[in-house]
Design a protein around this ligand. Structure first.
Ligand SMILES: Nc1ncnc2c1ncn2[C@@H]1O[C@H](COP(=O)(O)OP(=O)(O)OP(=O)(O)O)[C@@H](O)[C@H]1O
Ligand SMILES: [Mg+2]
Length: 407
């Protein structure tokens, strides 16, 4: 048997002894019909005038009507379209019908003879007295039957999934709002604690002995850490929800990056790592948010310093390339294992390392990524643990108006 030949199966039954051709054909028709009716997706056969000529039982059950109310009826009427049944318009004559995704797609397939696959839309149908507009995934295939053009419409009901997604988004928003509120409320008491500690440390509330001073210094460092965590959480929430304001202005990016690097020289020195900055010749005039770029560079350098053992090297290189500016930050530190690379831009993700954990929250890179995206740029990372880790950022000199804000 050739591959293209159909095997002798239930759809091509052999004639029974003394069975007439008519009875054989009838048997075949019934078998086909039983399968067509039972397919667990909604199938409709629609003709060139957008009249429903056939539906399966699954569709009939979904619509909740008798076959006689569906067959030979215009698409909208058969599917209980609100515009047709409530507003008493003929399918296709209402103002909204011009934008009806179902009609538009059916017409497109009839005109082009090209199928439509997996098109998601919310329909105006209101069958089964549902009080939500159902969502469908629509696929349409053109067919020719006895020389006439038809389309097979396949509608998959995804309303439950869509409702669950909406609920999830709502819950996530509530969670974000809660985190923002709590973080915000922590700021004021933290500032008061810090102020009190500073006053006592400066000796304004009486002389301190060495031990007392030591303990208060530890407390100050922890308050500073908590403060930076609260600020990071608030920044990230604002960036992620698109509520962070960006003040784009033309300036010299080379100068700003140098300024940011200078602020980290002491930190690098303290960690005993050698930090070099190279600004390659070229034009660095660009449009960007000054403070956010400082935040981006200091975050990248702080990571490089943190994850590079003493004696290591860090280099920051700036290079213009046609209408982009390329910033690279490389270090000779611990690096990032290959399997962790795709996850490091997720919030709170930190690479698990043996031994003492290096302090951090896992919000630095997600913040960096959001800043880069808001500038219409790209961020790339490459790492060979213990040899070299490089973060490359490509920033357009003129960020587009509508930047892509998904990672
Ligand atoms: N230069 C680097 N070298 C090695 N690992 C790095 C480097 N940069 C980032 N990582 C890894 O990626 C993780 C996420 O970085 P990220 O900056 O988001 O968080 P963090 O530095 O741990 O904490 P935070 O920045 O919030 O204080 C880090 O915990 C670290 O494991
Ligand atoms: Mg960090």
């Amino acid at each position: 048997m050739k591959n293209s030949e159909k095997p002798n199966d239930i759809l091509s039954p052999k004639p029974l002894r003394s069975e007439t051709i008519e009875s054989l054909i009838e048997r075949k028709r019934k078998n086909l019909e039983a399968i067509f009716d039972a397919v667990p997706v909604n199938l409709l056969l629609v003709d060139e005038d957008l009249i429903v000529v056939r539906v399966n039982d699954t569709t009939r059950k979904l619509v909740g009507k008798d076959y006689t109310e569906i067959i030979n009826k215009p698409l909208g009427q058969a599917l209980y379209c609100k515009i047709v049944t409530v507003e008493k318009k003929t399918c296709g004559s209402g103002e909204l019908c011009k934008k009806c995704p179902l009609r538009q797609n059916v017409q497109k397939v009839l005109d082009s003879s090209q199928p439509v696959n997996e098109f998601e839309f919310q329909s105006e149908t209101h069958f089964q007295n549902r009080n939500v507009k159902p969502w469908f995934v629509l696929s349409i295939e053109p067919v020719t039957i006895e020389g006439k053009k038809y389309v097979v419409v396949c509608l998959n009901d995804i309303t439950e999934r869509k409702l669950a997604e909406e609920k999830l988004v709502e819950t996530m928003e509530m969670k974000s709002q809660f985190i923002s509120t709590v973080s915000h409320e922590l700021r004021t008491p933290l500032a008061a604690v810090k102020e009190g500690l500073d006053i006592v440390l400066q000796g304004e509330a009486g002389r301190l002995n060495k031990k007392q001073k030591q303990f208060l210094e530890i407390s100050t460092r922890n308050v500073d850490r908590l403060n930076s965590l609260v600020n990071d959480v608030l920044d990230f929430q604002k960036l992620e929800s698109g509520k962070m304001k960006f003040n784009f202005a033309p300036a010299d990016l080379g100068q700003v990056v140098t300024e940011a690097a200078e602020s980290m020289t002491l930190v690098a020195k303290k960690a005993d790592v050698n930090m070099s900055v190279e600004i390659k010749p070229g034009i660095y005039h660009a449009v960007f948010d000054h403070d956010k770029i400082i935040q981006l560079i200091t975050n990248l350098l702080s990571n490089a310093i943190k994850f590079t053992p003493s004696g290591g090297k860090i280099s920051l290189v700036l290079q213009p390339q046609s209408d982009e500016i390329i910033i690279t930050v490389s270090d000779t530190g611990l690096g990032i294992p290959k399997e962790d690379l795709p996850k490091i831009f997720q919030r709170f993700y930190r690479v698990k390392r043996p031994g003492k954990q290096i302090a951090g929250t896992g919000l630095g890179l997600p913040i960096i990524a959001q800043i880069v995206l808001n500038h219409g740029g790209r961020i790339l990372v490459d790492s060979q643990p213990d040899i070299e880790t490089t973060f490359t950022i490509c920033l357009p000199k003129n960020p587009p108006k509508n930047t892509n804000k998904t990672i």
